[in-house]
Design a protein around this ligand. Structure first.
Ligand SMILES: [Zn+2]
Length: 107
């Protein structure tokens, strides 16, 4: 079963996740400042991370070739499912879904 356990791009993917997290942190910082000018100086994407592919195993058994990858290091098709709300606030909001809300329904 776990024949393709080793990801040849594992090290590059790890560095991509790190790079993405840093980019995200700077962007969030900038948003909290109200998008003031000048924008933050983002770190440059290391040259060897350009063209990093998703690499997930497809149904055909071949590695996924998509290069449009998210912070997880995988593409839109292979990122996995959401693990649900994480904060206490989010869990409470999720738990209240489907119950009677304050807003009126349209008849
Ligand atoms: Zn993929």
């Amino acid at each position: 079963m776990n024949a393709m356990q080793t990801d040849p791009d594992r090290e590059r993917r790890r560095r991509w996740r790190k790079y993405h997290a840093e980019h995200e942190r700077l962007a969030n910082e900038w948003r909290e400042l109200g998008y003031q000018h000048p924008p933050p100086v983002y770190p440059r994407l290391p040259r060897d991370l350009i063209g990093l592919t998703c690499g997930a195993r497809t149904r055909a058994g071949t590695p996924c070739k998509l290069t449009a990858i998210y912070g997880s290091g995988r593409c839109k098709l292979h990122g996995g499912l959401s693990t649900g709300p994480t904060s206490a606030q989010g869990k409470a909001r999720s738990a209240s879904n489907g119950r009677a809300q304050k807003t009126k329904r349209t008849p």
